[in-house]
Design a protein around this ligand. Sequence first.
Ligand code: ACM
Ligand code: ZN
Length: 625
Amino acid sequence: MTRIWKPNIWLMFMAMLTTQGFSQISLVPRPLELKETGSGNIFTIKAETPVILTSDKLLPSAEFLVQYVQQYYGVQLKTSKKPAKVNGVVLSIDPAAGGQGAYMLEVTASGVSIKGADETGVFYGVQSLLQLLPANKTTALDLPGVWVKDAPRFGYRGVMLDVGRHFFPVEFVKKFIDYLAIHKINTMHWHLTEDQGWRIEIKKHPQLTAKGAYRNGTIVGHYPGSENDNERYGGFYTQDQVKDIVAYAAKRYITVVPEIEMPGHASAAIAAFPNLSCFPNEPTNLGKLPSEVSKANPGKQVQETWGVHDDVFCAGNDSVYQLLEDVMDEVVPLFPSTLFHIGGDECPKANWKRCPRCQVRMKEHNLKDEHELQSYFVQRMEKYINSKGKILIGWDEILEGGLAPNAWVMSWRGEAGGIEAAKQNHDVIMSPTTYCYFDYYQGKSKTEPLAIGGYLPLNKVYSYNPFPDALTAEQAKHIKGIQANLWTEYVESPSKAEYMLMPRLAAIAEVAWSPQEGKSWEDFTRRMERLYDQYKLIGANYAKSAYEVRQTVIIESVNNKANVTFKTDAYNPDIRYTLDGSIPSANSLKYTKSFDVYRSAIIKAGVFKNGELKGNVSEQRIVLD
Ligand code: ACM
Ligand code: ZN
């Protein structure tokens, strides 16, 4: 792993080469080293080109390649386990390629060679190969001559999918996994339980899904909502479906980390089993807009609104621990992942403060406040998780009241939790809202579909460096990686999930994979132009927000003028604008540098490529005397 405080001059030199010389080649995430080897090394993949595997272990990589080329280019390749007479794509393992996940890729006139340090490395080599192919549908599969040596920066490169707020069908979860795979992401954190739905079958307790997987309605619009839609909503994954998804991910070298949330965000489990609450007889507070069905049936209900809710698991009731252990008994065997996520965030202490059982538990264990009670809860679960050979990971609130001895911390409320955990010698995944929350807006909220709030454009994600200055080099070794989170309160469909995910996924992937040295926003945007085409090729509903023109206007009242500057997150954009409020066309005024206006105007600006408007038109009104 390379670190920012030890600049590697060689890598910086290589990075300069890559940004200056290789306009035809656009790999995202940026590889460690890349050399273009010229027109004498072009190779064309044809239907007769064999994909040669030197080991059965490489079958998932070969199959991915064959399937992709078939699906998106209509060319059917064949795999072969023997060296062939015809030039082909040769997949092999070579420890000389580097450490875990490293690979070397070479395209010459006589074929393609992908040598992985391990199976995973071969898979990543294949992903890079797919990015060398034309990004449009064609059967002329010319590859440029190139030599690549590559390896990941972090061992944990994650994306979280929340299926609690909205449920996503198995087929989409697989598609989501494919999106992660083409970006060399290696972890999907699967947020499986929430206030608004319990999404995984537990055979011993079928009520968890029979009742907990369905809500009687959902608020409409942004919290607190305008009304309740009064539609029963839900779904869950059977254990067979979970196994199928985990196996699908494994073939793409993606580990699925399950999350069973506790002690907060537990309304769905409590709806199934009211005695898990401190106050089983108190009806669920569904906010101002409960559904008609819930109004007619006061009692414990699956949540219908968003936010943080007081009704959490009772920490003084042993049947809570028993149920959660039963759940672990069934969930742990489904997931090969060493990490097991227990949530741990946003657990209000109001109920625990007034709950006799919680208060007795605190006295028995000499706990001075409810934070220590939460720590008791998490530590108790950690013992159980550790006894099953797994490591507990939780959001940074698990630091409060004392961190469980072996826990990893996922830092989301900024980096402070991650810094504190690393100082305590605990491993950390950085996932601060400021850079990693893909439920935030990625363009102006006026022109974007409804999101939770915030503002996280592509350039902000890309700017993230997860090594805080507050840590020594030794402490920083505890930062094992980063993760983007797709919370889904306002992500109600697969196409919206794709929209929120891409292209920001590419930026987080590059931060997670590529070294800090040689990082270049301009070069990233250049390479993204090809990736956008690949998104189009594979039918991904990616956001065009990076093409939105951000307008900065500085009014100089004394001179009765306004200075206007445009910015986008696109490469070398052809920005066209009007001053009279009309929609710009490819022939409108071309923006070259900031300019002054001397009378009131309605500026409309957009980015054009090949005569076509990309993204939305932005608007700014200027009022001058
Ligand atoms: C979180 O966003 N509540 C982890
Ligand atoms: Zn209690």
